[in-house]
Structure formats: C-alpha cells, structure tokens
Design a protein around this ligand. Structure first.
Ligand code: PFF
Length: 473
C-alpha cells in the first residue's frame, strides 16, 4: 500500500498556491511593458479575452486530469493511457519542460536576490549604472546567492504540500499583494505619474497586428503557468469535494489582476523619471527592465526622499519580485519532484536532494553562459545568432515546447481520456458547472479551436526561432 496522496488543507490554500505559481517575474514588469508598447488598453482587452477564452479551458483540462489521476503529469498520462508509448512521450515532455524552465528561472531568481542584498548593503548607486549588470552576473558571488535560493526552495518543499507549499503561499502571497499596493500608492504621488497611467491604459487599436495578438496569447499562456505540468500536479493535490472551475477562475483573476496592478506601479515610475519617455525605448525583456532600467529610476528618487528612502523603495520592489519568483519556482520544481517520488518511491527529502544536485548542476552551467565561460556563452548558433546555453533553454523550453504541451493535454483530455470523464471530473465539487454555458464552451473549445491555435503558435515559434522567418508577418 502506498501512502495516501498529500493534499492541500483548504480550497483557499490551493488557490493561493496556484496563484503563487502564476504570479511570477513576468507579471511584475513583462506584462506592463508589453501592454504599454502594444496598444495600451487595446492590448489589455485582447489579453483578457485570451485568458478567458483560451487559457482558462486549458487550465481546467490540466487541473481536472491531475485531480482524477492523483498523480504528477507523467503519472497522469500513464494512468489514463497505460502502455501507450506516444502518451508516455507527452508525459516525459511534461516533466522535462518544468525541469529545464526551473533551471533558467533559478538563474534569474538568483540575480534578483543578489540585487536585493546589494541594495540592502547600500549599493543602489552602483546598480543604477546599467553596465554593472554584466559585471554582477559574472561575479562568482552569484553561486552564494544560488545556494541561498536552493536552501529556501528546499526548506519550503521539504515541508510537503500542506506544511510547505500551502503555508509559504499563505504568507508570501498576501505580503506580495500588500507591498504591491503600497508601491502603487507611493508612485502615484510622484510628479508626472499620471502620464504613465495614460500610456498604459489609453487604447490604441492601430498598434494591434498579428504579431501583437500572438504575443498577447503567449504572454497569457505563460503567465498562467500552463504547459508546464504545474496545474496538473497542483490539481492532483486538490480534494474532490473542492470545485475546480470556480478555483481556476479565481487563479486566473488573481494573476491578471496582479499583472494589471503592477502596470500601475511600473509605468508611473518610468514616466515620473522622464515624462518624455519614448515607449519604444523600454526594453522588451523583463530582464533588461528589471536589472538595467529600473535601478536608475529608483536611484533618481533620492532627490525627493533621500538615498536611504530610494534604497528602501528599491528593496521593497526587489523583495516583491523575489516573493513572486520563489512561489513560481517552488511550483515548477514540485513537478519533477512529484514524478521522481512516485516513480522511485524515494522520500520527499531524498527526492529533493537528487533534484537539487541535477538542477543545481544545470543551473550552474546556465549561469556561466553570460561571459564566464566561452564554451557555455557561445554554445551554438542558429537563425543567424550565437546562442548560449541559457538562450537555448529559453528558446526550446520556454518559448517552443510550452504551447506544444498545452496542445497535447487538450487532445489527451478530449480524445483519449474522453469528454464525459472530463465533464464528470469538473462537475464533482461544483454542481453549478453541470449543464452551464461555460461547460459547453469548455467542451467545445478544448476539443477544437484551442489545440488549433496552440499548434499555430507552436509552428510560428519554430519558424521564427530556428529559421528566422515569421509566418504571421
Ligand atoms: N507564471 C509564471 C510567470 O509569469 O513568471 C510562469 C512561470 C515561469 C512559473 C517559471 C514557474 C516558473 F518556474
């Protein structure tokens, strides 16, 4: 007899943990900047439509299959389709993907905690020089920060689902929300803040084209932690008496609300620093914004609130991003961890130890690929660009395989597990779902146009990333 499956202690715990996974580094800066550059309110509208019409049904497919199988993604594919090799491959992909994304996310989380310590140590002025980022990520001190991040993640995950993941989410998520609101209130009092709000919110439909629409979908899909096996694994820890549809809606709402509110913090701060900011100058990447752009904006606050005040605001911001990153990291590492425990029968602590060595090793290699070692920095080249180990992980797993995994779970749920089982699972714990318009929509969309859309995103990404050709212009 195997031990009974661990479970979240309450529905709220589940929602906070899943929202903790969804709210990540991308919400804090990536989303607001993408919105501002791509049509403001018009982008927000398209994004919200994708969350509701595409992402929410995929989230239900993931959570429902996990709750039924009570297994990690590999176990879910194996239990529902025993002995079927092609579904086994899908199962392995959904373990390998979070493993690799966990590796690159660890590296970014390490930089965030490094910046946080550096600011607390009085070095905001140093970090405000954009050139210092290159020096920082190539300093061997990052391996000390990596050990700290690994220790925090280990500490949370060894506590298990209820005493570890759920407890951490119950502390970190409210704290994150509180800091976010405090920062929004603060930046809105700065001069010219409302110019930023205007840029962020006023719709400009002329900026909407096929690639903006595709970017909005990818952003929504990543932001809700889909295609990484996380919602399957967390679903497997949810008791059958709890509603899946209602909980998924709250997770999606929380994630979108946090991304939206983060825009009310970032854009006013940028425009108060320079009311004539050209939005085209804002970096497309969250990394560029967080590590090279925002520190100089924080430093500029010293003219009004002094150096210590400016450092305090910057520290709160980095702590906030760190909390968002750690709850996401915990969720993604729990996927291979759950699979390893169930495949080998290892205890939670031992399994985490094994993963720590494997993922830690890969993270060290990835962290050296910014100039520390030539071999990892210029690992290969494709589509006319030199690629580091870190770039390859991002391109292959984050950009390419995620929509593919989403496509596979949709096909699996409807055509292998079968529609009636999917419906029955979603109705359990949520009687209002049965016969609702939403149920009809989810049924139709997951079996038809959502996999088609995800397939198109996948094909377009492959063309763009590896052949340098965009199919949508
Ligand atoms: N929703 C997360 C984010 O927006 O950052 C996506 C994520 C990425 C979750 C990486 C977990 C992770 F390790």
């Amino acid at each position: 007899m195997s031990a009974p499956r661990e479970q979240f202690g309450s529905r709220l715990g589940f929602i906070l943990a899943a929202a903790g996974s969804a709210v990540g580094i991308g919400n804090m800066v990536g989303f607001p900047v993408a919105a501002t550059k791509n049509g403001g309110g018009a982008f927000l509208l398209i994004y919200a439509l994708f969350v509701v019409l595409v992402c929410l049904p995929v989230m239900l497919a993931e959570m429902a299959s996990g709750r039924r199988s009570r297994k990690d993604p590999l176990g879910t594919y194996k239990t529902i389709a025993p002995g079927e090799t092609h579904w086994m491959i899908a199962g392995w992909l959904s373990i390998l993907t979070p493993f690799m994304i966990g590796v690159f996310y660890t590296v970014i989380t390490v930089w965030i905690i490094g910046y946080l310590f550096s600011i607390i140590g009085g070095n905001l002025d140093v970090l405000a020089d954009p050139a210092s980022f290159g020096a920082f990520i190539n300093d061997t001190d990052i391996f000390i920060y990596m050990a700290i991040v690994a220790a925090i993640v280990f500490l949370i995950l060894q506590g298990g689902v209820k005493q570890g993941i759920e407890k951490a989410a119950k502390v970190l998520m409210p704290a994150l929300f509180f800091m976010l609101i405090a920062l929004v209130i603060f930046v809105l009092t700065l001069d010219n803040a409302f110019a930023g709000v205007e840029y962020y919110l006023i719709p400009d439909f002329s900026k909407i084209n096929a690639s903006v629409v595709s970017a909005a979908l990818s952003q929504a899909f990543f932001s809700l932690s889909l295609g990484m096996g996380i919602m399957i694994t967390y679903g497997s820890y949810l008791g059958r008496e709890n509603p899946v549809p209602g909980s998924a809606k709250l997770v999606a709402l929380t994630d979108t609300a946090v991304a939206f509110i983060a825009g009310l913090m970032v854009l006013p701060a940028v425009f108060s620093f320079n009311p004539n900011t050209n939005t085209a100058d804002l970096s497309d990447s969250s990394i560029g914004m967080i590590f090279t752009f925002l520190p100089k904006i924080f430093l500029a606050l010293q003219t009004t609130i002094g150096y210590t005040g400016a450092s305090l605001v910057a520290a709160v911001f980095f702590l906030l991003v760190f909390f968002a990153a750690i709850t996401s990291l915990v969720s993604i590492i729990e996927v291979p961890n759950a699979a390893l425990m169930s495949e080998t029968g290892l205890s939670r602590k031992k399994s985490l130890g094994v993963l720590g060595v494997l993922m830690g090793g890969c993270a060290i290699v990835a962290a050296t690929s910014f100039g520390m070692f030539d071999w990892t920095t210029s690992f290969t080249s494709y589509a006319g660009a030199t690629k580091s180990v870190f770039d390859i992980i991002v391109d292959v797993f984050y950009d390419t395989i995620l929509p593919f995994n989403g496509l596979l779970i949709c096909l699996f749920v409807i055509y292998r597990w079968k529609r009636h089982n999917f419906n029955e699972e979603l109705e359990s714990g949520d009687p209002d779902y049965k016969g609702s318009l939403f149920e009809k929509y989810v049924n139709f969309s997951v079996g038809t146009f959502i996999p088609v859309i995800l397939f198109l995103v996948f094909i377009n990404t492959v063309a763009l990333k590896y052949f340098g050709a965009s199919l949508i212009g």
